[in-house]
Design a protein around this ligand. Structure first.
Ligand SMILES: [Zn+2]
Length: 329
């Protein structure tokens, strides 16, 4: 979908609102205040299209109530366009460019970007535990220290860089979070929170993993120290390709991101990784499977459905359940 097709699909606010209502409420309207399934649309001089009143709590709501889109007074079209740009870029978009493309101030673009990243985080939570063979790795992200003659700077964990934990299932999905270090006390509960206990985990030689591995169905370690990078199926190459994407995103877009905002940028990288589309390509008469990004409209649907779903999940009692965010996310 190109920009021209996007404009045709979403020509005005009404079209955007109808699209959002269809994606957010696929089985009919749900009151975001109390979870009630009965509501009516409001009419009259003080009402506007898309404003509903709940039959249960008598509260008023629209499709964006209790979502990141609600707090700004921006047109829905601006939000959808921003999502289009963020989803379409392979490395992310800085707020400076987003502002230019959307015709808003950088401050507003920054808010929009983080609103969308919050929705992406919601999608990561909805994935549940990773299972199968799961590769675990840590990555330290941060700027390079300034060059000083004769000074050898510390590397990796000896610096103030943020520790990012990466878990990638060989089945596809990944999770990444900023964690406060790589000690057993931090890693053990975190890994339990993202990886299913019946999984096989693959790690490097980091000491805490010895004890952590015993809590899973199996554990294999790669000995990077003796230049061992793979032993048959034992490797953490998938986690390392994820780390490479993270590194590129850091260099391209979020180079000066503070530790406070980093988790949201991680959600963006994770969302992109988790929404690929296997496409068959022919090269020299041989067909290979290449991972491409899912079509924009499909990703938009996934993003919105889960996003709003994070605040608006129907429970078996008809109430609203708000899932807890993952550790550090
Ligand atoms: Zn209600």
């Amino acid at each position: 979908m190109n920009l021209k097709q996007f404009r045709k699909q979403f020509p005005n606010e009404g079209a955007c609102r109808k699209y959002l209502e269809k994606v957010v409420w696929p089985h009919g309207r749900v009151c975001p205040h109390c979870g009630c399934l009965k509501s009516w649309s409001l009419s009259g001089t003080s009402a506007w299209p898309g404003l509903y009143e709940c039959s249960g709590c008598k509260g008023q709501f629209t499709v964006t109530t209790k979502t990141p889109m609600h707090s700004t007074k921006l047109p829905l079209r601006t939000w959808l366009l921003a999502m289009y740009f963020l989803i379409n870029s392979s490395k992310g978009v800085s707020s400076v460019f987003l502002a230019k493309w959307l015709g808003v101030t950088q401050k507003t673009a920054w808010k929009i970007g983080h609103g969308i990243r919050a929705m992406m985080a919601g999608h990561a939570v909805s994935l549940g535990l990773l299972d199968g063979i799961v590769e675990l790795d840590e990555k330290y992200l941060g700027g390079k220290p300034r060059f000083q003659q004769g000074v050898k700077h510390a590397r990796g964990k000896a610096t103030k860089k943020a520790c990012i934990h990466v878990a990638v299932s060989r089945k596809g999905p990944a999770q990444a979070s900023m964690i406060p270090g790589d000690s057993y006390a931090v890693l053990a509960p975190y890994v339990k929170q993202v990886v299913a206990p019946d999984s096989w985990i693959m790690t490097d030689q980091l000491q805490p993993y010895v004890a952590i591995g015993k809590q899973f169905a199996g554990h294999e370690r790669v000995h990077h120290g003796i230049k061992e990078f793979a032993r048959g199926k034992v490797h953490v190459n998938t986690a390392e390709s994820f780390n490479a994407i993270l590194e590129r995103a850091k260099q391209g877009v979020f180079h000066f991101v503070s530790h406070r905002h980093l988790p949201r940028y991680l959600s963006e990288v994770v969302f992109r990784w988790n929404n690929p589309d296997p496409v068959e390509k022919k090269r020299n008469g041989l067909s290979t499977i290449v991972m491409q990004a899912k079509p924009v409209l499909e990703q938009l649907g996934i993003l919105l459905n889960q996003a709003v779903g994070t605040q608006l999940r129907r429970t078996i009692y008809g109430g609203v359940a708000i899932p807890q965010p993952l550790f550090g996310g």
